[in-house]
Design a protein around this ligand. Structure first.
Ligand SMILES: [Zn+2]
Length: 488
């Protein structure tokens, strides 16, 4: 996702602010500050790649399909490190040797052990250190390598290993990802591996809150995990400038999925299904929806407009591209300099449109640019329009504009040789080439798609209403079984 770094930077800043406010009065403020920073950074580093263990959250509510899922505080993650399993030989009557095998340690005894990869250690060393035969370890790892890139094994990765006291390796099992395990079993003298599906279930969670400082802190207060908050900020980033547009009293609401493994020991945060923000009284709703025939879901406003909107590459109609982005001989100054925008040649008075929704930052004379407009689209993108003959109706600093709205007209003001529009796109403070800019393109659902989306929207609204009534029910009548109003 573009500008992901930006959210991370943003979140770190919010963390620092939060920690600063919290611990300012304390003598040990500095200590908390530094440890908080370290914690924040490490959380950020790990949150995107690892399944998140559930926090003991006070999240507003949950809608779950089983009692097991309702209890989101998972058992402690301590596993008996070593257990000895006797190799029981089926239902057949035991021979004398077999009876003996159960009472004395022998070659039939199997050791089951959980090993964790330590720093600087490979799986090979970890196995051999545990007492596994080197050749067996080598062969099993080679089999494992067919199903998983063993070079990607990380410190702390767990393996369940079963072997005999003489080092004969019988089985290795590892978690591949949330929904899969890889099992390597001994098969004669070699090994056979396979990937197995792990059953899991999805529950939905709902949370809402009022913003005091920032969306991040408000969401955190409601027990939302960081991965979900980051996702929330990401999906709204096309509509909201989180640096500037958040006011005290603004609201958020979120409805999202959480995956829980069948044994209830692991959770993974899933997709946001619906989210809503109220900013200075203005409501923005986003629904997750996959248009028919499309492989990927997107977020849409109620009117079927996707939240991802491209900036228009040519904010003017019927114009000819007269100068490209890049190094060129300046037509007025005469020497080579970087042209940090693109020029469109068009008759004076041709309307110029806002390349995207945003807020006008400047609409006034700006040196060699002449009559100039700058629009801030979100915290990442700005666009500028120069040499205009006049401004569009009502275009002045602070005004909110829609994509396609007329903000001015082509002219020849400032340092120019002839009438044209000079157009620049700023991404995180520097000019980029508008023609090669890779901004996800926006979609507007139409006809059948729009009808289908509206049905999906109704379903989502209904699910949320059910979840909310379920919350009320369980909160008002403590004796009611929690799962009474659950939905699959
Ligand atoms: Zn230019």
């Amino acid at each position: 996702m573009f500008a992901d770094w930006h959210y991370k930077e943003f979140i770190i800043r919010q963390y620092l602010l939060h920690i600063y406010k919290e611990y300012r009065p304390f003598v040990f403020g500095a200590v908390f500050f530094i440890s908080g920073l370290a914690l924040g950074l490490s959380n950020l580093l790990f949150m995107s790649s690892k399944p998140v263990m559930p926090e003991q959250s006070s999240i507003a509510a949950e809608n779950s399909s089983t009692e097991n899922a309702e209890n989101s505080s998972m058992p402690d993650d301590t596993v008996p490190i070593e257990t000895v399993i006797n190799n029981m030989p089926g239902d057949e009557p035991m021979s004398l040797e077999e009876t003996k095998a159960l009472t004395e340690p022998s070659e039939n005894e199997l050791i089951s052990k959980e090993i964790r990869i330590k720093r600087g250690q490979g799986l090979m060393e970890a196995l051999v250190d545990s007492g596994v035969d080197r050749q067996d370890a080598f062969n099993a790892i080679r089999t494992l390598g067919d199903l998983f890139n063993v070079r990607k094994i990380q410190v702390g990765q767990k393996f369940d290993v079963t072997y005999k006291p003489d080092g004969t390796l019988n089985r290795i099992e590892m978690q591949k990802d949330f929904d899969h395990i890889i099992v390597v079993n001994r098969d004669g003298l070699s090994y056979k591996g396979e990937t197995e599906d792990l059953p899991s279930q999805i529950i939905t969670r709902h949370a809402s809150g009022i913003i005091d400082d920032s969306l991040f802190l408000a969401a955190q207060k409601q027990g939302l995990p960081q991965v979900v908050i980051v996702d929330l900020i990401r999906i709204f980033s096309y509509d909201v400038d989180f640096q500037r547009e958040i006011r005290q009293g603004d609201q958020f609401e979120i409805f999202y999925e959480r995956k829980i493994s069948e044994d209830g020991r692991r959770v993974q945060e899933g997709d946001i299904i619906f989210a809503r923000m109220v900013l200075s009284g203005k409501e923005i709703k986003l629904y997750r929806y996959t248009p028919p025939g499309k492989d990927f879901a997107d977020y849409f406003h109620e009117d079927g407009q996707s939240s991802k909107r491209a900036l228009m590459k040519t904010p003017i109609e019927g114009a000819r591209l007269s100068s490209y982005y890049g190094n060129r001989k300046h037509p007025v100054l005469g020497y080579n300099r970087m042209h940090k925008g693109i020029d469109f040649s068009a008759p004076t008075g041709t309307p110029i449109m806002a390349a995207g929704d945003g807020v006008v930052e400047r609409a006034s004379w700006f040196g060699s640019f002449g009559n100039y407009v700058r629009i801030r689209h979100n915290s990442t993108y700005k666009t500028i329009y120069a040499h205009m003959s006049k401004y569009g109706r009502g275009i002045k600093k602070g005004v909110r504009v829609k994509q396609g709205q007329i903000i001015g007209y082509v002219g020849a003001t400032g340092r120019v040789t002839g009438r044209h529009l000079h157009y620049e796109v700023y991404m995180n403070g520097t000019q980029v080439n508008p023609l090669t800019l890779k901004i996800p393109s926006g979609i507007k659902l139409k006809e059948n798609e729009l009808d289908d989306f509206k049905l999906a929207m109704k379903d989502t609204d209904l699910m949320i209403a059910q979840t909310k009534s379920h919350i009320l029910l369980t909160h008002n009548t403590p004796n009611t079984p929690a799962a009474i109003n659950s939905s699959p």
